[in-house]
Each structure stands twice: as structure tokens, then as C-alpha cells.
Design a protein around this ligand. Structure first.
Ligand SMILES: Cc1cc2nc3c(=O)[nH]c(=O)nc-3n(C[C@H](O)[C@H](O)[C@H](O)COP(=O)(O)OP(=O)(O)OC[C@H]3O[C@@H](n4cnc5c(N)ncnc54)[C@H](O)[C@@H]3O)c2cc1C
Length: 385
């Protein structure tokens, strides 16, 4: 439940609160999270009290009503801490709640949105399957009409929060003649739903992504998002464009922290009688990283402003997501280099973050998908400038 004091704050005061939460609780809590292998529940409750589950939803639906630009500025702050914290609420605030807010029926909005904003209803977005990764149109999970509702069969993989979410937004084929998808809001504890976590994760280790099997799962007719079949892909894209913008901002937050860690190390570590920060080669890595970080930050902010003015700017979002996630990986790689052996051995956050940021180039559209989308749109993009 969001604290009343939080609801009364102007944006700058709220931003400062989240900055302090990041510095005082999230970053110091990383060690304990790594030891436990998951985000501790008391910290999830703190995130909910501070409104992090509600930053994207309008006040009328129980959220804090921040603009996309404000959401992005908040994301720059809390993603200086582990990306896994963000993952704990990202699927609720972005992928799922945005689709419900935009396309849901009045009953669906009433049922889910305030609970999501308060952190009382965690949502997962279940699109990816073994045969349907980058190509979301290859989904094989089916939802066949049966009596007053549907029966779902199939399986999903790589689903963030899939093992502990309260509600799953499941994409399934409702028209097998043309493969048209529909989105369903499914109770994760419904009979026939089973989840399994992987034994190993390469990055995001404290937020393992789930496989979900649907074995003759019965859902009512009113579980179809918006009440009409066949609009699943369009509905998915609403949440995906929002999430891509946030992932770009996440990459900026991660790169800022990595650069801070690398720069601090370079000042403290001495070799050949001087701080390694004095070596031109190290300065080159740090200076270049800063320039790229700030270019990424400016691109995301610009993109967020356009989003607020006229809805999701698809290609600009692709450019921001592509540039910022590749940039964060470069910065992470340089940070490991600056740390030397301590970037490989020991408990510095840098190697953990190096593994974490790698995934940002894969989820919410692999870099190559964005390159392809931008290349295809290039003539129109260039003509519009
Ligand atoms: C940490 C994490 C969290 C995730 N969370 C979720 C979630 O909550 N919900 C969900 O539904 N999914 C989730 N995913 C899945 C994610 O969206 C997919 O991994 C992603 O879409 C890529 O699909 P794939 O892994 O099957 O790779 P593939 O589609 O097999 O692609 C592999 C590679 O092939 C190349 N490639 C593929 N298609 C093209 C193309 N058209 N043009 C050029 N190159 C191409 C790219 O280099 C790509 O990296 C998550 C994944 C990770 C790693």
C-alpha cells in the first residue's frame, strides 16, 4: 500500500526520496539479496510503500500519475542499484498495467489497476515460448472456446516474476486458422498452471525467470483483455513500447553506477607509484564511458518527452533501447577492465552488474531486431528530420 505521505509529494521531493532509498537501502541491500538469492520481502514491501509499483498508473487508478519523462528520471535513480530490484515490479508497472489501462474493460481496470499500483497484485507478462522468441507471431499456446469460457494449453518460458505473480497476462492463439493472438488475464494459482525456475542464471541471478505450463486451464470469458479476441499482439505492443523505454533508462542507471564504481576504484588503486586514474589509457575508458552515458541519458529523455506528447514514438524507442543497452554493456566491460583481477574475483558489484546488463540487449527486443526495425524505417526517419 502506497504511503499517504508519498501521495502528497511533488515530483522533485519524490525523486529525492527515491534517490535516498536507492543509496540508503537498495544499494546497501544488494549483498543480502545476493546471499538470499532473491529480493527480500521486507524490501519489496518498502518498494510498495514508496509507490514504485504505482509510478506509471494515473491517480484515478491508484497510481502516482507521473509522466513518462518523470518515470524515466526515477528509473535513472533506482537502477543505479541492481536491475533485479527493478525486475520485481517492472512487469507490473510496464508490460501488464499499461495494456490493462489502455485496453482493459471497466471491470478489468477496476479489478486490477489499484491493486497493481499498491503492489498488492504482482503481474507477469507471458508471451515468450520455445518456438516464439523474437518472433512473437509464432506463439503455439492455444485458448479454445469451451462453454462460457476458454481452455488454455501450452507453455511459456523466460517469464519474469512468473513463479510468484498473482496474475499472468497470457498470449494465446484463439483463431487457429490465422494464428491470431488474444491476451488473457489468468490467476497464477488456477488449476492446471504450474511454474518451474531454472537451476542456473547467467545474470539476473536473484530474479530467476520462470517456465509456465498451462494444462487444460479453464478461464472465464471475461478473462480476455478488453473483451475482444484477436487483438493480442497490438495490446502486447502497448506494454512492450513502454517497457522498452524503461529498459533504455535502466541501462543508463546501470552504466552510471558502473562508471562510479570504476572511477572510485581507479582513484584508490595505485600502480607504478600513482593512481591508475592518472594513466591516459584508463582516462580514455572513463572519459569515453561518461560521454556515452550522457548521450544515452539525453536520448532516453528526448524519447520520453515525445512519448508524453504524442504516444509511444516507436522508432525513437528502438533507437534508445538499442543504443543505451549496448552502451551499458560497453561501460560494464570497461569497468571490469579498470578493476583488473577484482573485476573477476571477489564481491565487487561490478562483475555481477556486468553479467546483469548483458541481458538488457536480449529482452524487450534483441539489439538486432531494433537494428532491423530502424534500418527498415530509415528513409522515412531521415525524411522527417
Ligand atoms: C532476463 C530475461 C527476462 C525475460 N522476461 C520475459 C518476460 O517477462 N516475458 C516474456 O514473454 N519474455 C521474457 N523474456 C524473453 C525475451 O523476450 C526473449 O529472450 C527475447 O525476445 C529473444 O527471444 P529468444 O531468447 O527466443 O531468442 P531468439 O528469438 O532465438 O533470438 C536469438 C538471436 O537471434 C537473432 N535474431 C532473432 N531474430 C532476428 C531478426 N528478426 N533479425 C536479426 N536478428 C535476429 C538475435 O541476435 C537474437 O539475440 C526474458 C528474457 C530474459 C533473458
Amino acid at each position: 500500500m502506497i504511503d499517504n505521505a508519498i501521495r502528497g509529494m511533488e515530483f522533485d521531493e519524490y525523486l529525492d526520496t527515491i534517490r535516498r532509498f536507492t543509496d540508503d537501502e537498495l544499494i546497501p541491500g544488494e549483498r543480502e539479496m545476493v546471499r538470499l538469492g532473491h529480493v527480500p520481502e521486507p524490501l519489496v514491501r518498502r518498494m510498495a510503500e514508496l509507490g514504485l509499483f504505482g509510478i506509471t498508473l494515473p491517480r484515478g487508478h491508484g497510481g502516482l500519475g507521473w509522466t513518462v519523462e518523470q518515470q524515466v528520471r526515477l528509473t535513472f535513480e533506482f537502477t543505479r542499484a541492481s536491475v533485479v530490484y527493478r525486475s520485481r515490479f517492472s512487469t507490473t508497472i510496464g508490460l501488464v498495467s499499461q495494456a490493462v489501462a489502455t485496453f482493459g474493460t471497466d471491470v478489468q481496470r477496476e479489478r486490477y489497476l489499484t491493486a497493481m499500483a499498491n503492489g498488492d497484485c504482482v503481474a507477469a507478462f507471458a508471451l515468450t515460448e520455445a518456438a516464439a522468441g523474437t518472433d512473437a507471431t509464432a506463439v503455439r499456446t492455444t485458448a479454445r472456446r469451451s462453454g462460457d469460457g476458454y481452455v488454455l494449453n501450452g507453455s511459456k518460458r523466460f517469464i519474469t516474476n512468473g513463479a510468484w505473480a498473482d496474475v499472468l497476462m497470457v498470449f494465446a492463439v484463439t483463431d487457429e486458422s490465422n494464428g491470431a493472438l488474444s491476451a488473457f488475464l489468468v490467476d497464477r494459482t488456477a488449476p492446471g498452471v504450474t511454474t518451474r525456475l531454472p537451476e542456473q542464471m547467467n545474470g539476473h541471478a536473484e530474479g530467476p525467470i520462470a517456465e509456465i505450463v498451462f494444462d487444460n486451464v479453464r478461464v472465464e470469458r471475461d478473462a480476455v483483455l478488453g473483451g475482444t479476441e484477436g487483438s493480442g499482439l497490438r495490446q502486447a505492443m502497448r506494454g512492450i513500447n513502454h517497457a522498452r523505454t524503461h529498459v533504455a533508462a535502466t541501462a543508463v542507471g546501470q552504466a552510471a553506477r558502473l562508471l562510479d564504481e570504476a572511477s572510485t576504484h581507479a582513484t584508490r588503486r595505485h600502480q607504478f607509484g600513482q593512481a591508475i586514474a592518472e594513466f591516459g589509457a584508463v582516462q580514455s575508458m572513463l572519459g569515453r564511458s561518461y560521454a556515452e552515458l550522457e548521450a544515452g541519458r539525453a536520448l532516453v529523455l528526448d524519447c520520453a518527452r515525445e512519448f508524453d506528447l504524442a504516444g509511444p514514438p516507436k522508432e525513437r524507442i528502438s533507437a534508445a533501447k538499442l543504443y543505451c543497452t549496448e552502451m551499458a554493456s560497453e561501460v560494464a566491460d570497461r569497468a571490469v577492465q579498470v578493476l583488473g583481477g577484482e573485476g573477476i574475483v571477489g564481491d565487487s558489484p561490478v562483475p555481477r552488474m556486468w553479467r546483469d546488463v548483458r541481458a538488457l540487449r536480449i529482452y524487450e527486443g534483441a539489439s538486432q531486431l531494433h537494428e532491423r526495425n530502424l534500418a527498415r524505417a530509415l528513409p522515412a526517419l531521415l525524411a522527417s528530420k
